[in-house]
Design a protein around this ligand. Structure first.
Ligand SMILES: Cc1cc2nc3c(=O)[nH]c(=O)nc-3n(C[C@H](O)[C@H](O)[C@H](O)COP(=O)(O)OP(=O)(O)OC[C@H]3O[C@@H](n4cnc5c(N)ncnc54)[C@H](O)[C@@H]3O)c2cc1C
Length: 315
């Protein structure tokens, strides 16, 4: 399959608002995966498990696919999904495989050849944070409220809007009540970039050239690229990287509102270069291993009284 030198660029919103609200950005993943499922195909993507780890999964129904919606800001365990996808491809099933660019590159390398019945989507990502850190964070929240976490939304778009990044946890406390915790601690540590997987600092896919047929992202530059298109409910940036993606977009575009855009108006850091490894990364991990999580939350997660007061006063 030949790839374009530069992708074709679209701003996309799914026409069905509830689909969009369940999706991280504009719902393009649902549009493409609905098409594949309607053809009797298989969809591979990341789901959040009951223990709040992330795993790749094979879906044949809409309900199973729905679990793949939403960004999980932790590494997704691939299990034996590459092997299953190969089996499906060899059996002639239409297959949609979604994941980070490195996962798609891994799949292509595992398969070793092109398949006409394979369509790949990669998510533009600026790096995947440590699972260990996520688990320590969850434990810290559970201890704080003396309960067990029963629900996680890594980025609660429904209550706070697409442009805000607030994580919501539901914690079932030991007296049977549900405590709703809206927090910015995990995302603040994530955005320090101290806790990314080491290979993310050298990611070769931090450019406009991607290993998937279609690349999707939050369209953060939407107000420049397509003024008036943004309603703060989520817009997908869609990059069509080859003819197969152009064909797919032709087939699904009627369930969306879309606008052709210019690549140069759409560029964000992950389309240019990997995140730099911060000089305090070693100190961060030293602190992580020697301090309790409250201190990590204060020092790196903006949870100190001073930081909280500052946020309150600048609201
Ligand atoms: C770790 C991570 C970092 C990100 N960083 C950026 C960024 O820097 N800039 C930006 O614009 N957008 C970023 N995103 C968001 C990403 O671009 C959106 O997930 C994408 O736009 C999907 O939009 P959608 O509306 O079609 O959503 P959805 O329907 O919500 O799409 C979900 C898709 O994301 C995949 N997915 C979810 N979590 C993971 C995971 N942990 N590993 C692999 N695949 C996963 C699912 O398989 C599915 O294909 C990031 C997402 C993740 C998971």
């Amino acid at each position: 399959m030949e790839f374009f030198e530069q992708p074709q660029v679209y701003a996309v919103k799914h026409k069905d608002l509830s689909t969009r609200m369940e999706s991280r950005s504009g719902g393009i993943f649902s549009a493409v995966s609905d098409y594949v499922l309607n053809k009797g195909g298989i969809v591979y993507g990341c789901v959040l498990e009951k223990d709040f780890t992330a795993h790749h999964y094979r879906a044949t129904t809409t309900d199973e696919r729905n679990r793949m919606r939403g960004s999980k800001y932790i590494p997704s365990d691939m299990g034996d999904m590459f092997r299953l996808a190969k089996q499906d491809l060899e059996n002639g099933m239409p297959v949609l495989f979604s994941g980070t660019s490195c996962q798609i590159a891994g799949l292509r390398s595992f398969l070793g050849k092109d398949y006409d019945n394979l369509f790949c989507i990669d998510i533009v990502c600026h790096g995947v944070p440590s699972l260990k850190l996520w688990q320590s964070y969850l434990k810290w929240q559970e201890n704080k409220y003396d309960g067990k976490c029963i629900y996680v939304d890594f980025r609660n778009k429904k209550d706070f809007g697409w442009d805000k990044h607030i994580e919501t946890l539901h914690i079932q406390t030991n007296n049977g009540k549900i405590k709703v915790v809206n927090s910015t601690v995990f995302k603040t540590i994530y955005y320090t970039h101290c806790a990314l997987r080491p290979s993310c600092y050298y990611c070769p896919y931090k450019s406009t050239i991607h290993p998937a047929d279609m690349s999707i992202a939050d369209y953060w530059k939407i107000d420049v690229a397509a003024p008036g298109f943004n309603d703060n409910k989520g817009v997908s940036l869609v990059l069509l990287n080859n003819k197969s993606a152009v064909g797919m977009f032709e087939r699904v575009k009627e369930v969306t509102q879309y606008q052709k855009c210019r690549l140069e108006d759409s560029m964000t850091l992950p389309l240019k270069e990997p995140c730099k490894r911060p000089s305090r990364t070693e100190q961060f991990w030293k602190d992580y291993h020697s301090l309790n999580f409250s201190k990590i939350a204060n020092k790196y997660g903006g949870n100190s009284i001073k930081s909280r007061l500052k946020r309150f006063l600048t609201k």
